[in-house]
Design a protein around this ligand. Structure first.
Ligand code: AMP
Length: 181
């Protein structure tokens, strides 16, 4: 019997306690990516609402967002935009500071990666506090992107990231949620 998407996701995501530091439960999607059926079903589910919408580009957040975003872009016949940690992109970039649990970091996107009015879907593996995704939304909007939605395999609702994006007027789509952090 075919299991539900939720069962498939819950059984294919590996939970690693106290990584990268004590008190954090790391939700490891490498096991999901290594499971052909779970990977395909996740991508199918992520793109499902946008088939036929003529999405121009998928923007993926380094690094796990690249893997999901590449597959989504292929399925939607869209282009792909890498959003990277500062200093990694070779051409002219726009840069934004974003909040991490402790302190700030910066991320960048090529200035010519998106054109005014293009329909873009943002993707990452997981949304926690929403700081990373919020930074990516700022970059994309700065260059005139029309953000159709932000998609994540995993939501940690207790950390409030979804709400933060929704307050910016971004539609958020997640496949599975875990309590706590
Ligand atoms: P945030 O900016 O707080 O929403 O954090 C999201 C980013 O950090 C994503 O790129 C995630 O891959 C990563 N992340 C945060 N918390 C976890 C966690 N518990 N397990 C796996 N990745 C996480």
């Amino acid at each position: 019997m075919k299991s539900s998407l939720e069962e498939t996701l819950l059984s294919s995501i590996r939970n690693i306690p106290d990584y990268p530091k004590p008190g954090i439960m790391f939700r490891d999607i490498t096991t999901l990516l290594g499971n052909a059926g779970a990977f395909r079903r996740s991508i199918d589910e992520l793109v499902h609402p946008y088939a036929g919408l003529k999405v121009d580009k998928i923007a993926g957040i380094e690094a796990r967002g690249f893997i999901l975003g590449g597959a989504m872009a292929h399925q939607l016949s869209a282009g792909f935009i890498p959003i990277r940690k500062k200093g990694k992109l070779p051409h002219e970039t726009v840069r934004v500071a974003y909040s991490l649990e402790y302190g700030l970091d910066e991320m960048e996107m090529h200035k010519d990666a998106v054109k005014e009015g293009e329909k873009v879907i943002l993707v990452d593996d997981l949304i926690a506090t929403g700081g990373t995704a919020q930074g990516a939304v700022k970059l994309l909007r700065q260059m005139g992107a029309d953000i159709v939605a932000a998609c994540f395999v995993i939501d940690l609702p207790d950390l409030g990231g979804r709400k933060k994006l929704e307050d910016l007027g971004v539609t958020v789509r997640t496949l599975v949620g875990f309590e706590g952090h």
